[in-house]
Design a protein around this ligand. Sequence first.
Ligand SMILES: [Zn+2]
Length: 79
Amino acid sequence: MKLRKVKIMIYIMIGIMGILLLAMMVTKILVLGYIVSATLIATAIFERLYWKCPYCGRFLGCLNDRGKYCQHCGKEIEI
Ligand SMILES: [Zn+2]
């Protein structure tokens, strides 16, 4: 899977979590909180599985503060 797709998927999942959280606050339906927690865990697992360097295969972590380079092998990451 391309890193750009992975990034979009993560943003979509965060968006869903935000909407569910808002819906929970408005409707006071507690079950939505559990769904938010489950989505959060799923997002974390998804990120761990797919958010990795295409060159060395290690977890990329946050790219924003280190620029577009892998912190492990130093190769440029195209997103
Ligand atoms: Zn790397």
